[in-house]
Design a protein around this ligand. Structure first.
Ligand code: PLP
Length: 401
């Protein structure tokens, strides 16, 4: 008999759990879009967005909101950054780096991908060498994911910025924080990032539907004549809006704005440093459990170096086809849905078929994480999958450390 009745838990790497407060914020009649509370709320929301992506210097970044998912946010970044035939250097550490590269290529950008595999962070030395080799400075932008959700590899943005500086290269620096915003420490102004990309549905605890960009002064100026821009994606009017409708190139996504505003208020109440710390501690608990299971079975964290692991998602490798059966068991028997592998890009590598991802982003606390881990442990037992003992105890200890 299944034990899944009760509140289900979506432990996938986005969309993430929606807080009741966010759901309640959306539960209201259509607002006046010409004047009044919606416009005041939107002004406050832009201030919240600045403080989220650049807490140390919020005035140095310019947010733009698109009615779009992450793919739309990529397109917003691509079309504003590049003109036809421009060169881009993409540092790929998983499927999302590769996909961002493909979206730019399809727009007519000449894309070079430096592939670092799926288990290690991008190497700043290789970036520096590639930029030094580009003596004419023709690479217009370097693109990288902060955390690649498919592999859970986290890149060291400060080290990559330092590499661009060491090469003395003028390239703009764009970072996909779709899986890390509101989860891992980040300050785009302090890090010297020119364009940050995010979306509403992961650490920001809001339904999918808002794509977010933050743009530096340097990028605003440098991209003024990018010719890939189309009216909808062009950030110029959105960032310099004098009329409310210009912020959204049309009708405002009213209820998503209510939701995002409430979510950012929750982040503000908890305090961003505390939010980052909560994610770090919950991540450490998950890593401790997986490492313990691995002591007695064919189970391993995908990313060996803790410094290169994102704090919002953990990719786990299994052997003997356990991952798929385990996902099915945890959902059917215990109401916990785990993330699928994104292995289609690596059809020849069996490691990416027997793989799952645990999402721990946004509205997640200790009991949710410890509960999910205990359910995974029960699933391993039910399936007779060999695993080390003591994982939950190890997780509890890691949480307190
Ligand atoms: C790092 C990263 N970039 C981009 C995307 C694409 O976002 P979307 O699925 O909202 O289009 C995702 C989605 O999971 C992601 O995790």
């Amino acid at each position: 008999m299944s034990l899944a009745q009760g509140r289900p838990y979506l432990a996938i790497p986005g969309p993430s759990v929606l807080p009741d407060r966010v759901l309640a914020a959306m539960q209201q009649p259509a607002p006046n879009i010409y004047q009044g509370p919606l416009l005041e709320m939107t002004d406050a929301l832009y201030l919240q967005l600045r403080a989220l992506a650049a807490p140390g210097a919020p005035d140095r970044v310019h947010p733009a909101i698109y009615i779009a998912n992450g793919h739309g946010a990529w397109e917003a970044a691509n079309t504003n950054l590049f003109s036809r035939g421009d060169r881009a250097l993409v540092l790929a550490t998983g499927a999302f780096g590769t996909s961002w590269a493909n979206t730019a290529r399809r727009l007519g950008v000449e894309v070079e991908v430096m592939d670092f595999g799926r288990q290690t962070a991008a190497d700043p030395n290789r970036l520096e060498a590639a930029l030094k080799a580009d003596r004419a400075g023709t690479i217009r932008a370097v693109l990288v994911t902060h955390t690649d959700t498919s592999s859970s590899v986290k890149n060291d943005i400060a080290a990559l910025r330092a590499a661009i500086d060491a090469a003395g290269h003028p390239a703009l620096f764009a970072v996909d924080c779709i899986a890390s915003m509101g989860c891992d420490a980040y300050d785009m102004a302090a890090l010297g990032v020119d364009v940050t990309v995010a979306a509403s549905q992961k650490g920001l605890m809001t339904p999918p539907g808002l794509g977010l960009l933050w743009v530096s002064d340097k990028a605003l100026k440098s991209c003024a004549s990018s010719d890939l821009r189309t009216p909808y994606w062009d950030w110029t009017a959105r960032i310099g809006a004098t009329e409310y409708w210009q912020l959204f190139a049309g009708t405002a996504p009213t209820h998503h704005l209510f939701a995002l505003s409430e979510a950012l208020t929750m982040i503000g109440e908890e305090g961003l440093p505390h939010v980052w710390d909560r994610h770090a501690r919950l991540a450490r608990a998950i890593w401790a459990a997986v490492e313990t299971w691995g002591q007695g079975g064919d189970i391993a964290l995908n990313v060996p170096d803790p410094a290169a692991r994102g704090h919002s998602v953990t990719a786990v490798r299994f052997g003997d086809g356990v991952a798929g059966r385990l996902r099915a068991w945890t959902e059917a028997e215990a109401g916990v849905t785990l993330g699928i592998p994104l292995g289609a890009a690596e059809p020849d590598d069996p490691a990416y078929q027997d793989f799952l991802r645990i999402g721990h982003m946004g509205h997640v606390n200790a009991h949710m994480v410890l509960g999910a881990l205990a359910v995974i442990e029960a699933g391993l037992q039910a399936l007779g999958a060999p695993h080390g003992a003591g994982a939950i105890e190890a997780a509890a200890k890691a949480l307190l450390r």
